[in-house]
Design a protein around this ligand. Structure first.
Ligand code: SF4
Length: 226
C-alpha cells in the first residue's frame, strides 16, 4: 500500500507521478533488503540513538525532495504548509530541521526520509576487488559493540568477517541506489533540506492544482507560485 496514494491520485498523467512511483519502489526495495538483513544479523541501531541526525542535514536530489514533499502533504499536511511558508518544526542553526529531540524515534518524517537516512548504518560497500565490506556506524557505542557475541569493534570488516560475526552481510549501498541513479541526471546537484523542501512543496502543490484539485476535503486551493 502506497504511503502517498492520495497525492499520486492527484498527479496522474504528470512526469512527477512517474518519479514518485520510481522513488517509492526504490525505497520499498531498500526496506525489504534491509529487513531480511536485520532478521538474519539481529544487529540494529541502539534504541533512541539518533546521533547521526543531530549535527547532520541531508542534501537531497530533486526526486528525494519530491518524495519527501509528497509524503508530508499526504501524512502531515499542516506541517508541510508551514514549511512551504519557510517555517520548519524543529528549527536550529545546525543539524536536520526535521529531527525531533523530544521523540524516542527522532525522525519526524520517517516514511519520507531520503536515501542517506535509509542507508546509513545498514548497508555495505564494495572494495576495489568487488567484495562487500561493512563497518559499524561511528556513533555506535563501543561498549555495546564489545558486548555483542562475538565482540565487535569500530573497524572495517571484510565480507567473510561480516558473515562470521553477524551471519549475514548488509545490502551494498551502490546496489540499493541503482534504481534511483538511473533517473537522476549526471549534472544534477544536491541541495540541503532547508533550501530545497519549501520550494518543492510549493512546486508539488502548484502541479496538483494545475492537474486538478489538491485538497483532500474537496475545496480547491488558490494556485501557488513554484
Ligand atoms: S530526515 Fe530524519 S533520519 Fe534523516 S537526518 Fe533528518 S531527522 Fe534524521
Amino acid at each position: 500500500m502506497s504511503q502517498i496514494s492520495g497525492i499520486l491520485e492527484k498527479l496522474e498523467g504528470t512526469s512527477v507521478y512517474d518519479v514518485l512511483i520510481n522513488m517509492e519502489e526504490a525505497y520499498e526495495r531498500i526496506s525489504e533488503e534491509q529487513s531480511s538483513w536485520y532478521e538474519k544479523a539481529k544487529f540494529t541501531c541502539p534504541s533512541g540513538c539518533g546521533q547521526c541526525c543531530e549535527n547532520f542535514e541531508p542534501d537531497l536530489f530533486e526526486c528525494e525532495a519530491l518524495y519527501m514533499a509528497a509524503w508530508m502533504l499526504e501524512n502531515q499536511r499542516e506541517v508541510a504548509l508551514q514549511i512551504a511558508d519557510g517555517s520548519f518544526p524543529f528549527e536550529k542553526a545546525k543539524g536536520c530541521q526535521l529531527y525531533n529531540p523530544a521523540s524516542d524515534y527522532h525522525c519526524s518524517i520517517y516514511g519520507g526520509r531520503p536515501y542517506v537516512c535509509r542507508l546509513f548504518g545498514a548497508s555495505s560497500s564494495y572494495s576495489k576487488e568487488g567484495r562487500k565490506s561493512w563497518k559499524p556506524c561511528k556513533f555506535y557505542p563501543s561498549s555495546v559493540l564489545a558486548s555483542h557475541t562475538p565482540p565487535l569493534e569500530h573497524r572495517q570488516y571484510s565480507e567473510e568477517e561480516t558473515l562470521n560475526v553477524l551471519g549475514a552481510v548488509p545490502p551494498a549501498m551502490s546496489d540499493l541506489m541503482q534504481g534511483a541513479l538511473s533517473f537522476i541526471p549526471d549534472s544534477e546537484r544536491t541541495v540541503v533540506i532547508r533550501d530545497i523542501l519549501p520550494a518543492t512543496i510549493k512546486k508539488l502543490m502548484w502541479i496538483m492544482n494545475m492537474n486538478g484539485n489538491d485538497n483532500p476535503n474537496g475545496t480547491p486551493n488558490a494556485p501557488m507560485a513554484a
